[in-house]
Design a protein around this ligand. Structure first.
Ligand code: 3HC
Ligand code: NAI
Length: 697
């Protein structure tokens, strides 16, 4: 039977290789096999030193995340790390690709550590709502000092081998790339150590580390500011504190206790859900056998906010761009924006100066549609008007080469109608980027009625090349993300009309974990955007019409860009302060409609807002606009500031209980139909199922 960990001898050197594709995660079988190999080395009289390395792409990807929440099975990883550390003969970790979480903890159990260039060394557990639970919080501070360890553990960010060498996390940076080089370098290092007569060097032999330089209080205050509402960072800090106060065995026991507490939290469940769905989202039903078209060059029409950003994203991915604008000045402006975006990318270390210059040499900005003739994918980002877009697509039809994919970045409009403006509707698709398009990771791939499967596959392949997380959506007003946004914003408007202040709504939802409340979002996007949408849609039955927002538009209070919207933005309050005049406008509207305002608790605000969000998510599933609940969760997590540690709105519904959501909606229903539960919610609740049951392949 094949085993995920092999043991072989190179003279007196035992080589223990973990081979558990794709990422050498340390699941139960792998742990058991690793423990057997360490025991075998300890007992093997021919072997004087051991090298632990990984096969395939990387050293060790950490604990098997899918096991969390299930009953733990022996042997546990902490025991294996201690077993390695206690080995009477030296053990070397030879690391390539990545040593993450439990992977780095195994390396910290080893006596000597070598990493190849380009390796990621990190303890990312907090991003999964847990803490390093195999000795990382105890050994890392002893090896690199408390400040550096706290930084690694609470940020979850990996460090590069050179920096790790400097901090003492590793002993040496090797040469070469890949598993074979790691094995060879590890064996060579082991040979040197043997020649020197090197002994085991357990971390348990190092002195207890000191408290952080600025003290624990300062550290914890900073954490609360940086990660509001999140528990794992605070808990991990407690574990590191234990390292400064206890001997290693007691510290390890304390780490285990704190780790187990986190395993039981909803934040851990939400974050691990987010981890898996962000990967699963790419496996789109129906696309498995489709072959994407070849893409070598990109065309962009419209060089405003979005067009320039999309062009930048393509250039960052090494794709040449031809951008068409209406007037030469607008084309020049678009080029200047692209240049400044790329300068920003250089500043953030995403691109070298030489690469930036090379990318800029592949941009053409023009007013001539004819120059789009060689583009394989053309992305339109002109004004949000169906007539303007149809006109653009008619022009594209005339110039684009056969087989070119014609994409629109529309936020809301009917892509079926846009496709019909061409003689090749099967080549038309929506590529809905988010602003700033070269930064935001989300891409909604909006598949219209007759879009070719290969065109959809091309869109996903392009998304991957651009470094985006792509989600399949269907055509309706606003697709997945904006359709839901309109609905839960309406829930907020309903609460405002009935007595909640917009500021209380923002505060309650920010407390829940949203990056920004809906009124701050409206101010950021521009009050004019909501106004235009309402003009387009007209008054809808069952939906509260926010007359006060139209009034703000009429007063030219367009949000941040004019310094005043729902909030006032000035030197005194750059992040915005409440505006009593807005409350007067709302009071006027309540009086006009004869509404007697009542108080709302923060809990009711959150529950209503979330119930509305989930309800619309369910309708989006019923309509086939999203194929799976996970697609909705990814859109909200990646494009709409939904708190990652809650896993997304559909996960929230599962964790709250579908029957509870149904009951809340029924209790809220006021005869307007707005709060009435979607049929899917009734069905799932009646059958005792949850949204997760619809995520399966
Ligand atoms: N456990 C289980 N499955 C994992 C996994 C893990 N630790 N890491 C990755 N996978 C799975 C992914 O879900 C994916 O599965 P799929 O193909 O079925 O969708 C597959 O492995 C490949 O993963 P990626 O697509 O992410 O591969 P990449 O090459 O892009 O990235 C990686 C590799 C950098 C290792 C990345 O997968 C990663 O960051 N993984 C998580 C690492 C991590 O957080 N480790 C800590 C775990 S917690 C821990 O160790 C606790 C300990 O302290 C006790
Ligand atoms: P913008 O107003 O900044 O830019 C539009 C550009 O298109 C202008 O520079 C204009 O000169 C140009 N243009 C207009 N008609 C043209 C034509 N016929 N040929 C060539 N160029 C033409 O608008 P923005 O914000 O970039 O939005 C563009 C599209 O992207 C809209 O459909 C919008 O709904 C969508 N979108 C906007 C987002 C945002 O946050 N701004 C987010 C996601 C999508």
């Amino acid at each position: 039977m094949s085993t995920p960990v092999t043991y072989d001898l190179d003279d007196e050197i035992a080589v223990i290789t973990v081979d558990n594709p794709p990422v050498n995660a340390l699941g139960h079988t792998t742990r058991a096999a690793l423990k057997d190999c360490v025991d075998r080395f300890a007992a093997d009289e021919t072997a004087r030193i051991a090298v632990i390395c990984g096969a395939g792409r990387l050293f060790l990807g950490g604990a098997d995340v899918s096991e969390f929440g299930k009953p733990p099975q022996d042997p546990w990883l902490p025991e294996i790390c201690t077993l390695i550390e206690d080995c009477p003969k030296p053990v070397v970790a030879s690391i390539h690709g990545a040593a993450l979480g439990g992977g780095l903890e195994v390396a910290l159990g080893c006596h000597y550590r070598l990493a190849l260039p380009g390796t990621k060394l990190g303890l990312p557990e907090v991003s999964l709502g847990i803490l390093p639970g195999a000795g990382g919080t105890q050994r890392a501070p002893r090896v690199v000092g408390t400040d550096a360890a706290l930084e690694m553990i609470t940020s979850g960010k990996p460090v590069a081998p050179e920096a790790a060498r400097e901090s003492g996390l590793i002993d040496r940076v090797g040469e070469g790339k890949g598993a074979e080089a790691a094995r060879a370098e590890g064996v060579a290092y082991a040979r040197e150590l043997l020649a020197e007569g090197a002994a085991p060097r357990p971390v348990s032999g190092l002195p207890r580390p000191a408290a952080p330089a600025d003290g624990w209080d300062t550290w914890e205050q900073n954490l609360r500011r940086k990660f509001p509402g999140q528990v794992a960072q605070m808990q991990a800090t407690k574990a590191v504190k234990a390292a400064t106060e206890m001997d290693l065995p007691d510290g390890l026991a304390e780490e285990r206790r704190l780790f187990n507490e986190l395993i039981d939290t909803p934040q851990r469940e939400g974050l691990i859900h987010a981890f898996f769905i962000e990967r699963k989202v790419a496996r789109v039903p129906g696309l498995k056998d489709a072959t994407p078209r070849d893409v070598q060059a990109i065309g962009v029409v419209g060089g405003g906010t979005m067009g320039s950003g999309i062009a930048t994203a393509a250039l960052l991915a090494g794709l040449p761009v031809t951008l068409v604008e209406m007037k030469p000045e607008a084309a020049d402006k678009a080029r200047a924006t692209i240049e400044s975006n790329l300068a920003g990318a250089v500043k953030r270390g995403k691109m070298s100066d030489a690469k930036r210059d090379a990318a800029l040499a592949t941009v053409t900005t023009t007013t001539d549609y004819g120059e789009l003739k060689d583009a394989d994918v053309i992305i339109e980002a002109v004004f949000e008007s169906l007539d303007v877009k149809k006109d653009v697509f008619t022009q594209l039809d005339a110039v684009a080469k056969p087989g070119a994919v014609l994409a629109t970045n529309t936020s809301y409009l009917d892509i079926n109608e846009i496709a019909q403006a061409t003689s090749r509707p099967a080549d038309v698709i929506g590529l809905h980027f988010f602003s700033p398009a070269h930064v935001m990771k989300l891409l909604e791939v909006v598949v219209a009625d007759v879009t070719g499967t290969d065109v959809t596959a091309t869109a996903f392949a392009l998304g991957k090349r651009l470094g985006k997380v792509s989600v399949r959506a269907g055509v309706c007003d606003g697709f997945i993300g904006n359709r839901m946004l309109s609905h839960y914003r309406s829930a907020a408007d309903w609460m405002i009309l009935h007595g909640a202040s917009p500021y209380q709504i923002d505060r309650a939802l920010e407390q829940f974990g949203f990056a920004m409340g809906p009124m701050k979002v409206a101010d950021l996007a521009g009050i004019d955007i909501g106004y235009m949408t309402r003009q387009r849609k007209g008054k809808q039955t069952g939906v509260v019409y926010p007359q006060w927002a139209d009034d703000l538009y009429g007063m030219d209070r367009l949000g941040r860009k004019t310094g005043r919207g729902f909030y006032i933005y000035d030197d005194e309050s750059p992040k915005g302060r409440e505006d009593p005049e807005v409350l007067d406008l709302i009071a006027k509207e309540r009086a006009a409609q004869g509404v007697i305002p009542r108080d709302f608790t923060d809990d009711e605000i959150v529950e209503r807002y979330m119930a509305a969000m989930v309800n619309e998510g369910a309708r989006i599933l019923e309509d086939g606009i999203a194929l799976r609940p996970l697609d909705i969760d990814v859109v909200k997590l990646m494009g709409y500031g939904f708190p990652r540690y809650r896993g997304g709105p559909m996960k929230y519904a599962d964790m709250t209980g579908i029957a509870t959501i149904r009951d809340r909606l029924n209790a809220y229903e006021d005869g307007s139909g707005f709060w009435s539960p979607a049929a899917l919610i009734d069905t799932l609740a009646a059958e005792g199922r949850n949204f997760e049951s619809m995520n399966n392949d």
